[in-house]
Design a protein around this ligand. Sequence first.
Ligand SMILES: [Zn+2]
Length: 504
Amino acid sequence: MIEQISVNLHIQNQQSMNRELIVYNTLTRKKEKFEPINPPFVGMYVCGPTVYSDIHLGNCRTFISFDLIYRYLLHSGYKMRYVRNITDAGHLEGDRDEGEDKFAKKAKLEQLEPMEIVQKYTLGFHEIMSTFNTLHPSIEPTATGHISEQIEMIKKILNNGYAYEADGTVYFDVEKYIKLYPYGQLTNRKLEELLEGTRELSGQDEKKGRLDFALWIKAKPETLMKWPSPWGWGFPGWHIECSAMSTKYLGETFDIHGGGMDLQATHHTNEIAQSQASSNVSPVKYWMHTNMLTVNGVRMSKTAGNGFLPNELFTGSHPLLERGYSPMVVRFFMLQAHYRSTLDFSNEALQASEKGLKKLMQGIETLNKIKPASESSANIKKLSDDCYDAMNDDFNSPIVISNLFEAVRIINSANDGKEKLTKQDIESLKKLFNDFAFDILGLRDDSTDLSNNSIDGLMELILSLRANAKSNKDFATSDKIRDELAKLGISVKDTKEGASWNKE
Ligand SMILES: [Zn+2]
């Protein structure tokens, strides 16, 4: 049966399947041959956003990187189930079960229900993701929708002796776990290194060990989001949701788990521990992590004041930006770096990407005008092979892009009469761009004219800016946007689900 299926796969996409796909596995710190547990099926779980504020650009890079990976695996003929969760409960400000609940804090600040916060930022997240032309995951489960699964998993961990309850809160017993399992495996850290950055326990602490983390947290009288459990009213810890939901939809062991590099040390390390402690299996075959963003060489962060939001990048409304850049330019810019390298934002680099994307799209246009020659002076097959080799080498998008630029050079030379392309060459080049520029890199031509897509994107952007103005009670701006759009023949209607627009 499996043999039969792999033969079909081979036929579906000979070029990509002929070669071995190699992926870098954070768990082993090696590049490994990609062999799904149950081919042709591939299960992939990516930690999604915590929807209590606007999505930041670092997260966008993670989701765009996994979109590239998802698109390539689909292109290669795998039957994908891509799960990306929405964290809508249980995320405290500190990653170590300390501080205020992120949703409750924001709800108080904006005078909204926590679920209104969740709804608002989930919609905002989806809008940004579609502006970047990312494909939807197969399932997008929420933490609040899977409380009973999380409680069941905690019960299993308790029954297996790797957790303990203290006054309505359940902690994972890392000190006990570490005696049997390599807890610091994902970041290759020893116990002493893991203990760095944790605080000494005082007599007041419920925790037995400094590394122990909460699986279930007792509700305080003022806690808004809480659920009944065998340990009383409370809410789940942050890490348990991903273990419970990935197990539910992908099984106890699945192929790929991804996320930002910042999740390795705590969140993903704890996910592995939870799965081992409840089912005695290592949950993931290939752990994959995306690297950080920097701005002019400095790590991007809110505290450094250099963390711009996607909308600020599109409009240029951040002091560090000379002007705005379209979502496709930003996507292209991100794909010009390998997902495991840091990526540095600067005005010069963004402008270079803008020029590059324009050149690429113009090359595709020029291709339609070329008159076929009877003989060929170019090796298009090699270009295509090189693109597949690059993708098969741990999804090396920058090398793919450099090959696409080489294709553009050939096209422009042929247009100037310096190279010869046969009808077959021209068809192969069209296929090359369709496969790699559009299907795999997920680019869209939004540069030359205002296509419906870009008008949609533009309107989405304008309406989100108007929604921001409204939520800041800046009604003068929100009314001005509505009135100016009306003058252009575009009517805006406010509904419960947000604003919609129509061209009259
Ligand atoms: Zn997660």
